[in-house]
Design a protein around this ligand. Structure first.
Ligand code: ZN
Length: 552
């Protein structure tokens, strides 16, 4: 007798929170997950970046309980913004934990829900940020170059893009008398030498004057979604038209081909917050019940993470009370997809010494900002094992255009993210939110199926079609009016030899309420004495699709 072959399962790859990942590390980790649990996890590519990197998506569900298209779907994406590398790690942590926590077959969340995880929707920008520590918003490719403008480049060939300081009589900076590593604003009583600060780079067609411009933030893909999109200059970073960026177009197309999508979560880094719609206008632009529900779910995130739940229009309020972000994810997600969508700002090193998001945005005076940076440096000095290598010493360099400069300073990729050590806890907490949020999924069922012979060769088939999930199949009231959120449709197909006697075989039920939304269905079928097979298909939109096969 042949020995029973036991498939030896590979262990899940370890997700160490030591540093952020390059593209190659991300790719290796994704393959590792898919190879470890092929029964739960598949790796696919939804498109390619401008520089040709695959846009990876993990599909995570218990495939034995049905294909992913038949289950309510939850999408997680991260790292739209180049320097926000923590978003990739938080996404990967969610993916790994979903696999690690999966319980007995057919019983856990993965038997009912499918998760789609795009950990790094901007692999080109993230690679630039990860390897050079340079700062771009989203797209690596520059707009047409402008004369007298400085563009970031690793001029001293040390692999990093840092800061250049140069002595200059009009220089607005001096060395911080309290911490020689830092530069602070020049004051009336400041002692020379005075410095000007520029990002490390080269000046395009420089005329030799002091009027050097520095390249702007460039394209911002979180202004490239379709709802309320506005061109530049009305909305900085907007792109040429909605979904003009190949990465965003790939994700947008994928989203619009998934009527089963019921929730979306995007990972970013900024002062920590659970961000909720709206991103323009006022709270009254949302349906009143939807608004309450958005806040209730947001509070679950706040409870797990300790982050404040804030509507995008109120984020940065202390700094800018008129926050209006056009073509932004939240309004797209709510207005065009009809979903409760969230963005998590996972924090930055500004939060690290214990400074709240409100305090960070309240920092208006330069002195306040300088105080914050000093606190960050002190925290790093006191926590050498948990702190990333934030500071690089100033080193002399002969710049081909500017002459003698020093290059060094703070690494932006660390400053603009939580520390990897903190992120391990943060990501565990945001995962808890995702589980709680996903557990509210709409859930279409066929229940109480009965088959009764009412006369010779005539059967009465009854079944209740119900939504036993917490959310309605329309998810939001906004979703009720949207064509993309398909209402529930019940189709009855009589097999060979059988004939439906009822006036109507198929029924449009519209959207079904959460938990209590059900309808008793009835069909009369004429069938031969034995052997006919009938099928009930329920196409439930966001609630998933269900099929019941009846043998008469
Ligand atoms: Zn962001």
């Amino acid at each position: 007798m042949a020995k029973q072959r036991r498939s030896k399962r590979k262990p899940l790859p370890d997700l160490a929170f030591k540093d952020f990942f390059t593209f190659a590390q991300t790719e290796r980790f994704l393959h590792g997950l898919a190879q470890a649990r092929p029964d739960l996890c598949r790796l696919e590519t939804i498109g390619y970046s401008r520089q040709g990197r695959p846009l990876y998506m993990l599909t995570i569900t218990e495939f034995a309980t049905g294909p992913s298209r038949d289950k309510p779907a939850y999408l997680v994406h991260g790292n739209i913004h180049a320097t926000e590398l923590a978003g990739t790690h938080a996404s990967l942590m969610t993916a790994r934990q979903l696999l690690a926590d999966h319980g007995p077959r057919g019983r856990g969340l993965l038997s009912r829900v499918v998760f789609h995880i795009v950990p790094r929707i901007n692999p080109d920008g993230a690679e630039f940020a990860m390897t050079t520590s340079g700062a771009i918003r989203s797209r690596t490719e520059r707009r047409p170059l402008t004369p007298n403008t400085l563009y970031q480049e690793d001029v001293n060939a040390d692999g990093l893009i840092l800061t250049m300081r140069q002595k200059h009589p009009d220089g607005p900076f001096v060395k911080d008398p309290g911490d020689a590593r830092l530069m602070i604003r020049r004051r009336g009583d400041s002692k020379p030498p005075f410095y000007r600060l520029l990002p490390e780079g080269l000046i395009f067609q420089w005329d030799g004057s002091d009027g050097i411009r520095v390249e702007g933030r460039g394209f911002d893909w979180n202004r490239n979604w379709s709802y309320d999109w506005r061109p530049e200059p009305e909305q900085g970073g907007a792109g040429d038209f909605p979904f003009s960026e190949p990465e965003m177009r790939a994700l947008g197309k994928w989203i619009h081909a998934r009527p089963n999508l019921f929730a979306v979560l995007g990972y970013h880094t900024g002062p920590n917050a659970i961000l909720m719609p709206p991103s323009t206008g006022s709270l009254s632009d949302l349906d009143a019940d939807d608004l309450r529900q958005i806040q209730d779910i947001g509070e679950i995130g706040a409870k797990h993470t300790g982050f404040p739940a804030i509507h995008v229009i109120n984020y940065r309020f202390e700094r800018d009370p008129t926050n209006n972000l056009r073509g932004h994810f939240h309004n797209f997600g709510y207005q065009h997809l009809g979903l409760f969508v969230y963005e998590f700002e996972l924090g930055t090193m500004y939060n690290t010494p214990g400074i709240s998001t409100k305090e960070i945005f309240a920092c208006r005076k330069r002195q306040d900002e300088e105080g914050v940076i000093r606190r960050i440096m002190k925290w790093c000095d006191r926590n050498p094992r948990r702190a990333p290598k934030l500071f690089r010493s100033w080193r002399r360099f002969r710049h081909p255009q500017l002459g003698d400069v020093e290059i060094g300073g703070l690494l932006r990729k660390y400053l603009y993210n939580p520390t990897p050590a903190e992120l391990a806890t943060i990501a565990r907490n945001t995962y808890k939110f995702t589980i709680d949020h996903a557990a509210k999924h709409p859930w279409l069922r066929i229940e109480d199926l009965t088959v009764e012979q009412v006369s010779a060769g005539v059967h009465r088939i009854r079944a209740r079609v119900a939504n036993r999930g917490e959310l309605p199949t329309n998810v939001t009231n906004q979703g009720k009016s949207l064509a993309r959120l398909h209402p529930v449709r019940v189709e009855f197909h009589a097999g060979e030899g059988a004939e439906v006697l009822s006036r109507q075989a198929h029924h449009e039920l519209g959207h079904l309420e959460g938990l209590t939304g059900g309808q008793l269905m009835e069909w009369f079928v004429a069938a031969p004495p034995e052997g006919a097979v009938c099928t009930i298909h329920v196409r439930g939109g966001t609630g998933g699709n269900v099929t019941e096969v009846i043998e008469l």
